[in-house]
Ligand binder design. Structure first.
Ligand code: ACM
Length: 267
């Protein structure tokens, strides 16, 4: 199975241009599964609720999801992409999952980062795993990575590959994903963006280095810090079913959840 990501520098507010950029880059690959960055069509830094409302879309049905369905059909691939979702008066920082047969589902980011809390509501739908035929994929968005519970939940739900749209600004995630994959014995695809986004009164630099990691923590591919890039590698996703560390240890059946009460009670 060929899995990959598209790393690029989205232009704030230019949904059509960013979608066309992705259409062109997706045309360079024959991946079976492609992950795009967080908020890939809108850009990241909103300056008002009105601006965020105007750029967010219904999922499914909105222009961005429809365009992604078209790209997935044309390229015969599954796509996981971060986008701004509007449902009634509420916005969510979401990821949409589409296949050549159309819309599959939505994940709403559970752990919002920094000013995202001004515009978006925290995700209310829980973590989700999708059967895409060749394997099961789990989805989390950017800052979800810093909570080990996110990937653990997805792995316990049966994900072979964790798809991770991102707009990373802190420098820690790319290396941390080696541990996340090792402790859960799953593959990961972190699709980060690049560039500096300048908005009135503020600016952010995104760290690139999109990365794919194997269940034994091997780094399969790392993109450049500032490059526009399509990364693709060949993997056997079912290798993620082997949770055995040695003859005596299996990372799931060796868990002792009866002692993990503080994880649920918060301390
Ligand atoms: C992030 O969650 N975009 C850092």
């Amino acid at each position: 199975m060929k899995i990959g990501f598209i790393q690029f520098n989205p232009k704030f507010g230019d949904r059509e241009g960013n979608i066309e950029k992705v259409r062109g880059l997706a045309g360079q690959t024959d991946a079976d599964l492609l992950v795009l960055p967080e908020l890939f069509a809108t850009g990241y830094m909103f300056t008002s609720q009105e601006e965020a409302n105007a750029l967010a879309e219904e999922v499914p049905g909105g222009m961005t999801t429809e365009a992604l369905c078209g790209i997935a059909r044309a390229r015969n691939t599954v796509i996981v992409a971060g986008l701004a979702e509007r449902e009634g008066n509420h916005l969510f920082n979401s990821a949409v999952i589409v296949s050549p047969r159309g819309y599959m589902g939505t994940y709403r980011k559970i752990h919002l980062f920094s000013e995202e809390k001004l515009w978006f509501r925290p995700g209310d739908g829980g973590f989700k795993v999708f059967d895409i035929g060749s394997c099961r994929i789990g989805v989390m968005v950017c800052f979800d990575w810093i909570f080990p519970e996110s990937m653990r939940s997805l792995a316990l739900m049966g994900a072979h590959i964790v798809c991770h749209p991102a707009n990373l600004v802190l420098p820690y995630c790319q290396d941390a994903m080696k541990t996340r994959c090792l402790e859960n014995r799953v593959f990961s695809i972190t699709a980060n963006r690049t560039g500096r986004e300048k908005r009135p009164g503020k600016s952010l630099f995104f760290t690139g280095k999109s990365r794919m990691v194997a269940p034994d923590s091997t780094v399969l591919f790392t993109a450049g810090r500032s490059t526009e890039e399509v990364g693709v590698v060949d993997v056997d996703p079912l290798k993620a079913e082997n949770k055995q560390i040695n003859d005596y240890n299996q990372i799931f059946s060796d868990r002792r959840p009866e002692f993990y009460g503080p994880l649920l009670s918060g301390g």
